[in-house]
Design a protein around this ligand. Structure first.
Ligand code: SF4
Length: 68
């Protein structure tokens, strides 16, 4: 299943060339597959603001943000 946030997600739609390879990997691992495990997707379903640079696999950071 494809993430419903794919078209609007600022992290994945970032045009920074330095992040290009990481974005391809994240898309294949999260956005086009296990998006329910993405830290950004999980946080987007709470009232906590999603930091622009939060990566899909930053689960520890997600946990800290959810405690604030
Ligand atoms: S990074 Fe996460 S929230 Fe953004 S499109 Fe991919 S799966 Fe969805």
């Amino acid at each position: 299943m494809v993430c419903p946030n794919l078209e609007t997600c600022p992290f994945i739609n970032n045009s920074d060339e330095k992040l290009k390879d990481d974005i391809i990997k994240y898309k294949s691992k999260f956005c086009n597959a296990d998006y329910e495990k993405c830290a950004r997707f999980i946080l987007s379903n709470t009232t906590v603001e999603v930091p622009i640079d939060l990566a899909p696999d930053e689960i520890k950071r997600l946990e800290r943000l959810m405690k604030t």
